[in-house]
Design a protein around this ligand. Structure first.
Ligand SMILES: [Zn+2]
Length: 113
């Protein structure tokens, strides 16, 4: 699975035009659709103006490859743990409510005897 393309499909491409002309020349290409800028995440050329500009040192740091896959898996595990914790809290609450209601049911029967 190509995690970079999957993430770009969900969040959009990240194109950046550095202020340094030699770096900007490496990240752009002229296509029939007009000038295109290379996505910093997936590496595809995207037609249109870059989304971000500035010095190269301020370019966004994006997760790619194995780091991106690991971050996605960790998010899924965190969501699974959250759902599991929520279920445990709900089950615990249901058990406490059942114990209280069970005690209320038994008390009147003791008084009746
Ligand atoms: Zn992309």
């Amino acid at each position: 699975m190509d995690w970079e393309l999957r993430t770009c499909a969900r969040r959009g491409h990240v194109t950046y035009r550095p202020d340094e002309p030699e770096l900007a020349a490496r990240l752009t290409a002229v296509t029939p659709a007009g000038p295109s800028w290379r996505c910093l995440r997936c590496g595809d050329f995207v037609p249109g103006a870059p989304k971000l500009t500035g010095p190269a040192q301020d370019a966004p740091l994006l997760l790619r490859g194995r780091a991106l896959r690991d971050a996605t898996v960790l998010r899924l595990l965190a969501a699974e743990r959250f759902v599991r914790a929520l279920l445990m809290v709900l089950i615990g609450d249901a058990i406490l409510r059942f114990r209280r209601s069970e005690g209320q049911v038994q008390q009147p029967s003791i008084c009746a005897i």
